[in-house]
Structures are given as C-alpha cells and as structure tokens.
Design a protein around this ligand. Structure first.
Ligand code: HEC
Ligand code: HEC
Ligand code: HEC
Ligand code: HEC
Length: 474
C-alpha cells in the first residue's frame, strides 16, 4: 500500500483504530465459483508464469483491503460508530446480534459487502466483503462457456478507465439509489460517529490497490488502443484526469439527491448536508492571524469571490475539474459562472435546494474532461497560485502533481526502452529529486491544523518541485 491513500484518510480522524480484519477468513460460498486453482486461485509465484488472471483471487484474498471490508464492521471501531448512531442498549453486537447485523445491512453493508444487483444482502455472501462481484458483476451472469459473458458485455466493464472509475465511486464517493441498487452514502452523521471521511482520488486509490491484473497490458490499452502508440497518450495522466471528472460527476449526483430530500420526504438523504461543505468551514481553531485570513488578502480570482466567513462548498471533488476547464477554454464555455453561482448558493446556512438543482442541472452535461490529459495535469500542477488554497485544494493539487510526476517518469522509461540515451542520467536524477521533494510536501500536509500554505517552507518546496519537474519535462 502506498502512502497516499493512507495519509488522506487518516488525516482527519483519530489515529487508526485496531481492527479485527487481520484474523478474518475470507473463503466462503460466493467466492467458490472463482477460486479454483486453474481459474483465479492460482499463484504467479507457484507457477512462475506471468498470468495475473490466474492469481486474481489469491492476490485479492491475501493483500486487497476489500477482502476485509465486511469483517471490519464487527471490529471495535465499527461497534463504536454504531453505538454512537443508535442507543447502545438497543443495538449491541453481543446482546442483540440480530439487530446489530440488520443495522449493518441497512447502513453499512451496502458498501462493505457485495450486495445489490438484485441480490438480497442476507444471502450468505456478505462475509466475502467487497468481492469479485462488486467490481466485475455477479458471476452467475457470465460464467460458463469459457467466460463468453465477459466478451458479450455482461460483466461490468473495468478495462476502460472511465467505466472502471465509475465502479469505484459508487462506494468511495457515494451514490443515490439507482437501477435497483440501494443508496450509499457516508454523511456527516457517520463521520461525526467516527467513520473516516471519504477522500477518494482515483489515481491514488488505483495505485495503492495490489494489482491482480497485467499492468503492462492495462497500460497498453490506453497507450496503444489500436496497436499504434497514440501520440501524447500517457497512462498516469489519463487515470488522473478520468478519475477527477468521474468523481466530480458522482459528487454532483449525490448533491442532487440531497437537494431533492429538502423538506424531509426522502429518508436516505438529508438537506442541508454538512459533508458537502469544507470541514474547516466549521472545524478549526480560533486563532489570530490564521492562514485563512492571510489567504483573503491575496489577489487571486478565487479568493475574492466568496466573502470571508462563508461556508465553502465542494473543496474536495471540484477544484481540479473546475480549473481544468477554466484554464483551457474561453470564459463563456468554461462554466465558471455556473460554478460560482453554485458555490454562492451552497454558502448559505440552508441553501435553496431548487436553485441548487437548477445549477447542477446546467453544469452536469458540461462536465467532460479536456482532450489532452498530459497537458492538463501539467497545467494544473503549475496552477497552484490560482487556487484558493485551503487544505483540501492543496491536497488535490499535490495528488495532481504526483500524477504528473508519474506521467513524466513513465515517458522517461518509455524513451529509455526505445533506446533514446539522451540525458538518461540527468533525467533519472530529476525523477529522484522531485520524488523526494514531493515527499517533503506530503509531510507538510500531514496535519491540516499546522499546515500553512502561505508559509515560506511550503512556498519554497513548491518552487523547488516545479523547477525539478520542468527539468524532467524539458
Ligand atoms: C458509501 C459507502 C459506505 C458506507 C455506507 C459505509 N462505509 Fe465504512 N468505509 C467506506 C469506505 C470507502 C472506506 C474506506 C475509506 C478510505 O480509506 O478511503 C470505509 C472505511 C470504514 C472503516 C475504517 C476501516 C479501517 O480499515 O480502518 C470502518 C470502521 C467503517 N468503514 C465502518 C462502517 C460502518 C460501521 C458503517 C455503517 C454505520 C459504514 N462503514 C458505512 C465506505 C462506506
Ligand atoms: C475493487 C475492485 C475489484 C475487485 C474487488 C476485484 N477486481 Fe478484478 N479487476 C479490477 C480491475 C480494475 C482490473 C483491471 C482491468 C481489467 O482487466 O478489467 C481487474 C482485472 C481482473 C482480471 C483480468 C486480469 C488480466 O490481467 O487480464 C481478472 C481475471 C480479475 N480481475 C478477477 C478478479 C477476481 C477473481 C476477483 C475476486 C477474487 C476480483 N477480480 C476482484 C477490479 C477489481
Ligand atoms: C462495493 C463498494 C466498493 C467498491 C465498488 C470499491 N471499493 Fe474500495 N473500499 C471499499 C471499502 C468498504 C473499503 C474499506 C475496507 C476496509 O478498510 O476494510 C475500501 C478500501 C479501499 C482502499 C484502501 C483505502 C485505505 O485507506 O487503505 C483502496 C485503495 C480502494 N478501496 C480502492 C478502490 C478502487 C480503486 C476501486 C474501483 C476499482 C474500489 N476501491 C471499489 C468499498 C468499495
Ligand atoms: C456546517 C458546519 C459543519 C461542517 C461543514 C462539518 N461539521 Fe463536523 N460537526 C459540526 C457540528 C455542529 C458538530 C457537533 C459538535 C459537537 O457536538 O460538539 C460536528 C461534529 C463532528 C465530529 C465529532 C467530533 C467533534 O469534534 O465534535 C467529527 C469527527 C466531525 N464533525 C468531522 C467533520 C468532517 C470530517 C467534516 C468535513 C467532511 C465536517 N465535520 C464538516 C459541524 C460541521
């Protein structure tokens, strides 16, 4: 597991609480259809052959965090979350196990187990956690005839990046009820009870999943869609850009569902919903000369737009797509005005839900990624001064810059493979140096409370990083 996902989720919450996950076993009924050693239960180490499809189950069961997702619901941390959401004497895992389980199924198993797709949640497969079927579709639909179903399109499509990201965001961003699937959301009630805030970013999360597939084949699907290397195609940049827009669309869909719940008819969502708003709008220390006050003295377009003291909406999922559109297009097609109207509407204590719905309705069809991922991620990495500069935005900028670094490194390796000896050792040094500066910046982001984006340490590190990356780019 790389650091990125861990630091993002650990950052706001109390230090990771111990889980029962380590001791859980994962082999149960639902998985039997996939786990034979000739199918997905083989081992690359045992056969010495490079056949990732054959060891998918083995990798998932031994290394993938999703295998523990259901077991985690019986651990101490979950018990405390549930106890804070309901009166403990009513639902207690020891005294009232049936009620505890049924609470989990209603509020938690939608994301922590494989349900939906017409399957009842209590069919005995929940213990599998987030299993093969959660990402690939239910095996019964496509098994047999040597997996003709995969070819016939009955499985969920994970080969293409956009549809792959759509699979993840259902649980990692949240989603309203749709097509027979239940609603899934981690709202402020769950967060206040102790659930980690969902800070999904596709490229960081995909990178930190242990791959049970052939990564080279995966990259080539993007780089050489028809056998010919696409000019400019770059896997890391495509993953990042695709993920940004898929996640933003999912977050807007959830916002819609919440706005529609205004008035209380809908029991799945609430309005207003605090988790739409930057956590630091409400949770931060009161101190003189805070960096927020300093940010408001800067002359950047984003800063001057919302009055100081406003609730700030949408700081996690939207800054990068918004700036990606803004930086490449003339103002009249960048939707900047719709974004701004929306953030103004959302800065009210009780936002006007009808207005919000009409604004998201105007924005959503236009929320499509620009054509050139590599150029876009490079531009965003260089755009730090244009951002408002709260912790969420800077963390997203950091993730974008990490993706750009990865993209440049990929290009460098490609060039090397193609026998281009130009500047190899200089580039290698630039890869290493920029990696180390990135790690320093991550260190500074570790604590939102201490973090000061206006401070010299941070500004100097950013300047150095951009110089190093420019060397790598050039
Ligand atoms: C919208 C989907 C969703 C719902 C609903 C949900 N969770 Fe989660 N949960 C997640 C995701 C995604 C993570 C991983 C967060 C991360 O690391 O980014 C997670 C993480 C956790 C963790 C931390 C796990 C660890 O390894 O530290 C616990 C504990 C947890 N959830 C318990 C619960 C409980 C209890 C409920 C019901 C009251 C619940 N969850 C409802 C999606 C959900
Ligand atoms: C969190 C989502 C997720 C889960 C859970 C998951 N997969 Fe995958 N799987 C992927 C992604 C993403 C890919 C890469 C894209 C592709 O090949 O479709 C993939 C690829 C594969 C491949 C193609 C391998 C190759 O190199 O051609 C197989 C086979 C596979 N998975 C089997 C499984 C099995 C069996 C399980 C359960 C034990 C499982 N997967 C669980 C997301 C998942
Ligand atoms: C059915 C819901 C679901 C789907 C679909 C899903 N996840 Fe998850 N994911 C979870 C839950 C729940 C957890 C927390 C598990 C735990 O901590 O035990 C999690 C954990 C993770 C983690 C570990 C996070 C950490 O902080 O350590 C990563 C990485 C991850 N998921 C990536 C992905 C990616 C990439 C996809 C899409 C290809 C995906 N997930 C699809 C529910 C899901
Ligand atoms: C609109 C204001 C508002 C926003 C935005 C907000 N919260 Fe809260 N939060 C509250 C209030 C009010 C409480 C209850 C405080 C109390 O009981 O003392 C609370 C309680 C909590 C608690 C329980 C522990 C505590 O300190 O009271 C946590 C954890 C929490 N919020 C996290 C978050 C996170 C993470 C976000 C961002 C995703 C967030 N909040 C966004 C107002 C907000």
């Amino acid at each position: 597991m790389t650091f990125t996902a861990i630091f993002l989720t650990a950052i706001l919450m109390p230090a990771a609480e111990p889980s029962v996950a380590q001791t859980a076993t994962h082999v149960s009924l639902g998985m039997n259809s996939c786990t034979a050693s000739a199918c997905h239960g083989g081992s690359v180490a045992a056969t010495g052959k490079k056949r990732e499809w054959n060891s998918s189950y083995t990798v998932w069961a031994t290394k993938d965090p999703h295998a523990d997702a259901y077991a985690v619901l019986f651990g101490d941390r979950s018990q405390r979350i549930v106890a804070r959401l309901v009166f403990p004497e009513k639902v207690d895992p020891q005294k009232t196990p049936k009620e505890y389980r049924s609470f989990l199924e209603k509020r938690c198993a939608t994301c922590h187990a494989t349900i939906g797709e017409g399957r009842p949640s209590s069919d005995g497969f929940a213990e599998d956690g987030v299993s093969c079927a959660s990402c690939h579709g239910v095996a019964g639909d496509w098994l047999g005839d040597n997996h003709a179903g995969r070819r016939a399109g009955q499985m969920k499509v994970t080969q293409q990046l956009a549809s792959r990201a759509k699979v993840c965001v259902v649980c990692h961003v949240g989603s309203p009820a749709h097509d027979g699937e239940p609603a899934r959301e981690v709202n402020h009630d769950l967060i206040a009870a102790g659930h980690p805030r969902l800070n999904f970013e596709f490229s960081a999360y995909l990178n930190s999943l242990p791959t049970h597939w052939d990564l080279e084949k995966d990259r080539n699907r993007v780089r050489q869609p028809d056998g010919v290397k696409k000019a400019q195609a770059n896997f890391a940049a495509e993953v990042w850009l695709t993920g940004q827009f898929v996640a933003a669309n999912a977050a807007l869909e959830l916002l819609d569902a919440r706005a529609k719940a205004d008035g209380g008819a809908d029991k799945e969502h609430t309005w207003p919903e605090f988790s739409e708003i930057s956590c630091y709008s409400c949770h931060h220390e009161l101190r003189p000369q805070s960096y927020r006050q300093k940010l408001f003295q800067r002359e950047t377009p984003a800063n001057r737009r919302l009055p100081i003291g406003s609730l700030v909406w949408g700081t996690w999922y939207f800054p990068m797509p918004r700036h990606a559109l803004l930086s490449q297009q003339p103002a009249e097609v960048s939707n900047e005005d719709s974004w701004h109207q929306l953030e103004l509407a959302m800065s009210a204590i009780h936002p006007d839900s009808k207005k919000v719905l009409s604004l998201t309705g105007a924005l959503r069809p236009k929320l499509t990624p620009p054509a050139n991922p590599l150029q876009t991620v490079a531009r965003l990495a260089k755009s730090l001064p244009a951002l408002r500069g709260d912790w969420d935005e800077i963390a997203q900028w950091y993730l974008a810059t990490t993706a750009w670094h990865q993209a440049l490194r990929e290009e460098h390796l490609d060039n090397q493979k193609n026998g281009d000896p130009v500047k190899t050792s200089e580039r290698e040094a630039a890869v290493r140096e920029s990696q180390s500066t990135l790690e320093k910046i991550r260190g500074q982001l570790e604590s939102p409370l201490e973090f000061d984006p206006t401070g010299e340490t941070f500004q100097d590190a950013v300047k150095l990083l951009l110089q190093q990356l420019a060397k790598l780019e050039g």
